[in-house]
Structures are given as C-alpha cells and as structure tokens.
Design a binder for this molecule. Structure first.
Ligand code: GDP
Ligand code: CA
Length: 320
C-alpha cells in the first residue's frame, strides 16, 4: 500500500485531497495540517484549515464557498453582535460553532489538539489521517503598514479576512514556531512515507508555516522519497485568494516557477505547473527540479483526480 503524506492548508489543500483520494483509493493518506491560521474567538479555539479539510473530505463543506458548513445559519453570530461582541469580520456559523465548542471543551480537559482532531474526525470520517502540524500554539502574524506609515503586527486572519490583504505587508512571522514541536505521528508519517505531496496550498502561510515547525522541513528533505508539489499560481496569479500578496511580503515573485525555486531543489524533486505556464518548465528544470505542465484547475473532482495522478506519476519518474 502506498503511504502518501500531504502538507495541507485549507481550501486548496482540501480540494486537492478529494481528488487524491479518488486517484489513489488504496493509499494510506496522512495529512499534516496547517494550524498557523488558528485563532481564539469568543473564548473558542478555531482551526480553519483543519476544519476545511475535515468538512470537505467528510461531506460537510459549503461547496461554493469552500469553507464553513453547508446549510449554515448565523443566529449565534447575530446574538453576539446584538451584545456588541465582535469581531464582526470573522464569519462563524451556528453549525461551525459546535465544532469549536467541542474542540475548546476537550482542550480545556487537557487533550492535545492532535487527540481533539482525531476525535472530531470520528464524526466526519474524512478517509485520511488528519494530524495538526503541532500541538503547540503557532500563530501567523503579518507585519503591515498603516496609512500613517507606521508598522504593526496583526494576526493573519485580521490581515487576510478583515483587510482582504489590502494593507502593504512587510513580513510574515509564524509566532511560536521556533518553540513548537511536530505533533505526535508527524515525523513518523514523513519518515515512513512512499511519497510526499505539496498540494496547491499557499506556499507562505500554509505549506511554509508547516515547514517552519522545527524538524518538519528537515524530515521532508531527508525522507529519501519523491517530494512533488503543484503550483497554486496559474498565469502569474493565485487561482483564488491573495497568495501573491504574502509571496511579495517574503520577496518571492508570483509565478509558478518562482514558487518552485522558493521551495528549492533541496526540498522538492518535482513540480507541476499549469499548461498556461508551460513556458516556465525549463527554468524549473534548470534549478534541478523535474517539471511538467498539466491542467491544474480543480474544476471538479475528476479534474482534481487527474492532477493528483499526474503528481504521483511525476513522483514515480523521480524515483526511477
Ligand atoms: P486556504 O488555507 O483556505 O487559503 O487554502 P490553501 O492554502 O490550502 O490553498 C490556497 C491556494 O489554493 C491559493 O493560493 C489558490 O491559488 C490555490 N487554489 C485554489 N483553487 C485552485 C485550483 O483550482 N488550482 C490551483 N492550481 N490552485 C488553486
Ligand atoms: Ca489557511
């Protein structure tokens, strides 16, 4: 049985995983999820990326939106607002609230996030093993510039959701990462993997944050198995979201090739770019990374499964 490890963020990671499950139905898939986006709201611990993966693979996701629950209502949010309690810019639905209440309750009882995530997955049966990158608190902050030119660090969600990444960003800092330890099972899964995949997740605040947990980047680089990634950028722009803004903040150009070079040949062996970016294949290969151009739009599960199959095929080429 093929053991596949995937380092995943939210929407891009979750949608890719749905295709991967179809392309490799017999594989044992371990997902290492980003928790740098986690935020405490209304006294509750919210893990947006883990939940997006869990709901998407478990059939509870709001399909068009890509995050949150299907059939959602917002009574709790409205009641909180009536008390003047915010933030008003982070949308949490009633069904979603239940997840955060269960999580917070279990954390309060002393269970680590990895055990809590496993318990939540008992309900959702995502068909993969979902591990948070770490049980320790890591919080991505973005150093932004205010209108008066002053700089301050804000929580990633404030930058991303409240300001829609419209404030000039100067740095992205995974606060707490240096002291964090990989969650139980993370390094073991990487060491035992037959192939490691980077889905088209945000290279800075999703995959980059996971790699910032000491030991994970090293484990991936030293696993001795093919590591293949898929570009989240097509034609020089993110397919959705504002990844270009955080790439700029860390000094990386918004092209499929630049992202591959940012990961580097010391980390990844293979890279898929979209057909629209076929002209970038040579530059990636020159950097010592095997590269192919294939359709990379996750329009439906079949198209996504074809992307996953192409990634696994490239991994086999690397292995040979
Ligand atoms: P987030 O945590 O919800 O932001 O999700 P991820 O980090 O997992 O993925 C976000 C990235 O997915 C964005 O940079 C998008 O460009 C990328 N993405 C979304 N849909 C597609 C798609 O259909 N094809 C490709 N190649 N990338 C996509
Ligand atoms: Ca995210």
């Amino acid at each position: 049985m093929r053991r596949i490890v995937v380092l995943a963020g939210g929407i891009g990671g979750a949608r890719f995983l749905r295709g991967l499950k179809q392309a490799a139905p017999d594989a044992e898939i371990t997902v290492i999820g980003n928790t740098g986006d986690d935020i405490h709201l209304f006294g509750l611990k919210v893990c947006p990326d883990l939940d997006t993966v869990m709901y998407t693979l478990g059939g509870g996701i709001h399909e068009e939106q890509g995050w949150g629950r299907a059939g959602e209502s917002f009574a709790v949010k409205e009641e909180l607002a009536a008390y003047g309690v915010g933030p008003e810019w982070f949308r949490l639905g009633d069904r979603d609230f239940a997840t955060h209440i269960v999580r917070t309750q279990m954390l309060g009882a002393g269970y680590p996030l990895s055990a809590v995530t496993e318990a939540l997955c008992e309900r959702w049966q995502p068909g993969v093993r979902l591990l948070p990158m770490s049980d320790d608190r890591v919080e991505t902050h973005v150093v932004v510039e205010d209108e008066d030119g002053g700089r301050r660090a804000v929580h990633f969600q404030e930058y991303w959701v409240r300001h829609r990444a419209a404030l000039p960003a100067h740095a992205v800092v995974p606060v707490g990462a240096e002291q964090a330890k990989p969650a139980p099972g993370v390094l073991e899964a990487i060491a035992e993997a037959d192939v490691i995949l980077f889905p088209p997740s945000n290279p800075v605040v999703s995959v980059g944050t996971i790699l910032a947990v000491p030991g994970i980047r090293e484990a991936v680089a030293e696993a001795g198995v093919p590591v293949v990634g898929l570009s989240p950028l097509i034609g020089g722009a993110p397919v959705r979201g504002m990844a270009d803004k955080v790439l700029a903040a860390v000094g990386v150009e918004s092209t499929a090739a630049a992202v591959a070079l940012h990961y580097g040949s010391g980390l990844i062996d293979g890279w898929l770019v979209d057909g629209a970016d076929a002209g970038e294949v040579a530059a990636v290969e020159e950097a010592g990374i095997r590269c192919r151009a294939v359709p990379l739009l996750m329009t439906d599960v079949d198209a996504t499964a074809a992307m996953a199959a192409a990634a696994l095929e490239l991994a086999e080429e690397v292995r040979a």
